[in-house]
Write a protein that binds this ligand. Structure first.
Ligand code: ZN
Length: 256
C-alpha cells in the first residue's frame, strides 16, 4: 500500500470536487484490500450505482467512500437520504471508508473504515429538502452522525500517513462481526449501548451509571418503553461476546 494519490488521473476534470473524487477512488482501487475478508483488492461498482462505490467479489461486502481534505468532525454530509435509509432498514447498508487527503502533497493522510454492522439508522440524519430555486429542488440529502457510533466501529487503516498492518485491521473488524447475526434493530441497540459504555470512558462502571443514559436512549428508541431492561439485556450481550465482564452487584468491567 502507498499513500500517494495519482493526480494525473483527474486531469480530464476541471472541478476540484470531481478531481478529488476520481483520484481518491482510483487510489482505493489500486491500494485497498477488503478489511472484511482475506481478499487483496476491491472492485468499483458500475458507475451510477447508488449507495455503494466498491464491492468485494470474495465476501460480497459493499463499501461507500467518503473523501475530503479537511478533518472528519462529528457530522458528515452524505448523498441522498432515501436510498441509504432503505439500505440500512433492509440490512444491506454499506460499510464506509473515510479518507482524508492533503492537496499540498496529494497524499492520503488518514483512512478509517466503519463496518456496516455498526451502521445504524440513528447515525443517519435527514436534511431539509433543497429549496424551490435549487437545480435539484426537493432533493433530500443526509448527514452521517459519526458521534452516534461507538469508537469500536471506527477502524483505522492509515493514521497521520502511517499504514497499519492489514492483520490488525481485520482483527478489529472481526471483533464485532457477531453483530451481523442479529436483526438490524437489536444490532442498533447493542451499538447504542456500547456507545454509552465508551462515553463513560472508564474501565469499571456501574449499572446505575448506565441508567444515566436512559433519556438519551429513549430519544433514539422512542417506541421502546422498557429502556432499563434493554440496557441490562445489551450489557449481557456484550458480556457474552467478551467485551465486558460482570463483577457482581451491578458492576461491570471493560475487557480490552
Ligand atoms: Zn471481502
Amino acid at each position: 500500500m502507498m499513500t500517494d494519490l495519482l493526480v494525473h488521473k483527474g486531469s480530464a476534470y476541471k472541478s476540484p470536487t470531481q478531481i478529488a473524487r476520481v483520484i481518491t477512488e482510483q487510489w482505493l482501487q489500486d491500494n485497498m484490500y477488503c478489511p472484511s475478508c482475506d481478499s487483496t483488492h476491491l472492485d468499483p461498482t458500475t458507475p451510477g450505482t447508488k449507495v455503494y462505490d466498491f464491492q468485494c467479489d470474495s465476501c460480497e461486502e459493499r463499501y461507500q467512500l467518503k473523501a475530503k481534505s479537511t478533518k472528519f468532525g462529528r457530522k458528515l454530509t452524505d448523498s441522498a437520504y432515501g436510498p441509504l435509509k432503505d439500505a440500512i432498514e433492509h440490512d444491506v447498508a454499506p460499510s464506509f471508508f473515510f479518507l482524508r487527503y492533503t492537496r499540498d502533497a496529494w497524499k492520503v493522510l488518514d483512512l478509517f473504515t466503519i463496518p456496516s454492522h455498526f451502521f445504524t439508522i440513528n447515525a443517519l440524519e435527514e436534511r431539509r429538502p433543497l429549496r424551490k430555486t435549487a437545480r435539484r429542488s426537493g432533493w433530500i440529502g443526509c448527514n452521517i452522525l459519526l458521534d452516534r457510533l461507538p469508537p469500536d466501529g471506527w477502524i483505522e487503516i492509515i493514521k497521520d500517513g502511517s499504514i497499519r498492518s492489514p492483520g490488525a485491521v481485520r482483527d478489529e473488524w472481526r471483533r464485532f462481526s457477531f453483530l451481523r447475526e442479529s436483526t438490524v434493530r437489536s444490532r442498533g441497540w447493542t451499538s447504542d449501548v456500547l456507545t454509552c459504555v465508551r462515553k463513560l470512558g472508564k474501565s469499571e462502571f456501574s449499572l446505575q451509571e448506565m441508567y444515566g443514559f436512559e433519556e438519551e436512549l429513549r430519544e433514539l428508541h422512542p417506541r421502546n418503553r422498557h429502556i432499563r431492561p434493554k440496557i441490562r439485556q445489551q450489557l449481557q450481550v456484550l458480556r457474552d461476546k467478551e467485551v465486558l465482564r460482570f463483577l457482581g452487584r451491578g458492576r461491570y468491567m471493560v475487557r480490552d
